[in-house]
Design a protein around this ligand. Structure first.
Ligand SMILES: [Zn+2]
Length: 231
């Protein structure tokens, strides 16, 4: 597994002559197949020359509506801030989602489709996430002295956050509301540092070390927690 510009890339060595790069539907997973004799460094160099192409392909998948695997019926589980809840679906005329102990009680119209339920749950996560960002972003801006010009939440399946270094705007993945709050703090800090350092170079790493000495552990936790499409 390679990680180039924050993109996980699966490497398959095969008995082939040339390297091939694939960005696969439906999720934009990236795979490179390479001849058995090819060194890891050479593979990495090749992939680095293709980063903008890869990002463009992944972007296409990001904007595609995805078929949900979930039905939002009782028995399924739901993660909120790193904690697992058992879904209990009830029927009513007004949508709601309420957490009780280890239960998540979802009230939806009986005839609603899985997609409508998903949209409701997704907007519910958005409200939670926005409230936490409104609290945590100023905290990290104060610590680092870096400031985003604007921020927004977005449902993404290939990355946790992104930032536009030209405009200073940050996007945070809605799915962060499923992970522990430290994960959100880590992604906020990561994107803030991108405002002054585009690549994940030594300077970037030393800034991460300075502000969040434990960031590697948090990153491992975050990447160990899979995004929606893999569940
Ligand atoms: Zn990054």
């Amino acid at each position: 597994m390679l990680n180039i510009s924050g993109i996980p890339i699966e490497v398959c060595k095969k008995d082939i002559k040339n390297m091939h790069l694939y960005v696969k539907p439906p999720n934009g997973n990236v795979t490179v197949s390479a001849p058995l004799s090819m060194s890891d460094e050479a593979i990495e160099r090749f992939v680095r020359t293709k980063v903008s192409w890869i990002k463009k392909q992944i972007g296409k998948f990001d904007n595609q509506p995805r078929q949900s695997e979930r039905e939002y019926v009782s028995g399924e589980t739901l993660y909120v801030w790193g904690k697992q809840y058992y879904l209990h679906t009830e029927y009513g005329s007004k949508n709601s989602l309420v957490l009780f102990g280890d239960k998540a009680v979802l009230t939806v119209r009986r005839e609603s489709t899985a997609e409508q339920r998903e949209n409701f749950v997704r907007e519910w996560y958005r409200v939670l996430l926005k409230a936490e960002i409104a609290r945590l972003l100023p905290k990290w801006e104060k610590i680092t002295g870096l400031k985003a010009t604007n921020w927004q939440t977005k449902y993404m399946t290939t990355r946790w956050g992104t930032c536009n270094t030209k405009t200073g705007k940050i996007w945070l993945n809605l799915q962060l509301a499923k992970k522990t709050p430290e994960c959100l703090e880590y992604v906020i800090l990561h994107e803030l540092i991108h405002l002054v350092e585009k690549s994940h170079n030594e300077r970037f790493v030393s800034l991460m070390d300075k502000y969040m000495p434990m960031w590697r552990e948090v990153k491992t936790t975050l990447n160990g927690q899979i995004l929606d499409y893999m569940e």
